[in-house]
Design a protein around this ligand. Structure first.
Ligand code: FMN
Ligand code: SF4
Length: 438
């Protein structure tokens, strides 16, 4: 196991994770001792428009995957329209490999609660929701306790800290569907309907929850708000790169010595992250990895020095996504890994549109055939053609994301596919698993 050099250790910038290891970090007493709710006191003295401007100035971009500028999103909410406004926190965290929001809510739930109050005040919402993945029972329990503690201390409810501002915060558990992380499907689910994406426009900024102006933001985005209010936009921009400001929680999983969450300045490289995480597991050499979850095109060992910010990863042909770096070695098969992800997309496809519903169904079958040693060269063209008909033609990002590992694994690891087809690699699936593959 490698020990990180001091210059690599300096890449760690614990802001959102700084309280995680404190005793009883999830309790309001600990939170208050460690700067907690100081940002709220400051924010309530400011004009809401000034808070929106502060977030714009900080350059904060959404941590949910798309990297949309947060201040701009808040600024889209029409003011003086007489309608209720809503803040909805997306705590669904369903992207395979992603594990930054659940640990945040488990270890430091008040960071999210405080961010919710400030963000709601800025967009003039008097009701906010946190939509949390149903399976995340432990995190939801911590969050609900934190919300109750915040009510008891006067940070939530009527006339918060004597400011005249009222806010009700509801923690809502979903039933556990990946599509309910897509913001419009989430809104449908929150309204009590089956979670399926809505046609846009109109966008949630004008027609969101209950057809009213709504901001949907990721947990990490909202938890970034209190430190920005306390530290200021210039301080925030001392971390990260020009267009990708601030720290980011990178989740390392797979063949790495010390998997976990590493909060670093945006633009850190995988080489540096691996050094922080003690290197690869003994006997394993890096072969391929996802920069931001399974919906982002695979990268290879040659991309170790790509800056992991929105622009750097895009320039390398992938997407920063949720910064879920899943690490695979020379002992892992990119064809099999892609097949397993496709099984997931096939299972999670909501069925609303044909390219995603049918395309994923068929691609799973083609993969089974290849992995059972019964694939043909033509199958590779079929896969690319199917991806071509899904990407950009699906109703939402789930379909697009499903094609990422298929096209990128064929780009970098075509030989692995040929080895199955031409009999050099032993089949990974048996005939029994081939039902419906032809
Ligand atoms: C299939 C699918 C699943 C998604 N899952 C999540 C999720 O679990 N959490 C999340 O914050 N964003 C998720 N998103 C992105 C949201 O639609 C939305 O962009 C995000 O919540 C906006 O917040 P942000 O601006 O703070 O990033 C998903 C998108 C798609 C297409
Ligand atoms: S792309 Fe897939 S998940 Fe999205 S609407 Fe179409 S079928 Fe549903």
């Amino acid at each position: 196991m490698t020990t990180p050099r001091p210059e690599t250790l300096a890449k760690l910038t614990p802001v959102l994770t700084k309280r995680w290891l404190s005793p009883d970090a999830w309790r309001i007493g600990t939170y208050e001792q460690l700067d907690g709710y100081a940002a709220l006191r400051k924010a309530l003295k400011a004009h809401p428009d000034d808070l929106i401007q502060l977030i714009k100035d900080s350059g904060l971009r959404g941590r949910g995957g798309a990297g949309f500028p947060t201040g701009l999103k808040w600024g889209f909410i029409p003011q003086g329209d007489g309608k209720p406004h809503y803040l909805v926190v997306n705590a669904d965290e369903g992207e395979p490999g992603t594990c930054k929001d659940l640990p945040l809510m488990t270890h430091d739930p008040h960071a999210l609660v405080e961010g919710v109050i400030i963000a709601s005040y800025a967009i003039r919402a008097s009701r906010a929701y946190i939509y949390i993945r149903g399976e995340a029972v432990h995190a939801a329990r911590r969050l609900r306790n934190a919300v109750q503690e915040a009510y008891d201390k006067g940070y939530l409810g009527r006339n918060i800290l004597g400011s005249g501002y009222d806010l009700e915060l509801v923690v809502h558990s979903g039933a556990g569907a990946y599509i309910c992380g897509e913001e419009t499907a989430l809104l449908d689910s929150l309204e009590g309907f089956r979670g399926q994406p809505r046609l846009r426009p109109p966008f949630p900024a004008t027609h969101g929850l209950y057809a009213s102006p709504t901001v949907v933001n990721n947990v990490g985005t909202i938890a970034s708000v209190p430190p920005i209010v306390l530290g200021g936009a210039d301080w925030w921009k001392t971390m990260g790169t020009e267009k990708s400001s601030g720290p980011m929680i990178y989740s390392l999983s797979g063949r790495v010595a010390n998997p976990g969450q590493y909060e670093c300045s945006m633009g850190v490289t995988l080489r540096e992250l691996l050094e922080l995480a003690g290197g690869m597991q003994p006997g394993h050499n890096l072969r391929f990895w996802t920069p931001g979850g399974s919906s982002t095109p695979l990268l290879a060992a040659e991309h170790l020095d790509v800056p992991l910010d929105f622009e750097g990863v895009a320039a390398a042909g992938s997407i920063l996504g949720t910064t879920a770096t899943q690490i695979f070695s020379d002992q892992d098969c990119p064809v099999y890994a892609t097949y397993r992800w496709l099984e997931f997309y096939h299972h999670e496809s909501c069925g609303k549109c044909t390219p995603c519903r049918e395309g994923n169904y068929w691609m799973v079958r083609v993969y089974r055939r290849i992995l059972a040693g019964q694939g043909t060269h033509e199958d590779l063209d079929t896969l690319l053609d199917t991806c071509d008909n899904i990407l950009g033609r699906s109703f939402c990002g789930l379909g697009d994301g499903a094609t990422s590992s298929v096209t990128s694994s064929l780009k970098y690891f075509k030989q692995d596919y040929l080895d199955y087809i031409e009999g050099r690699t032993a089949p990974k699936l048996s005939d029994k698993q081939l039902v419906g593959a032809h």
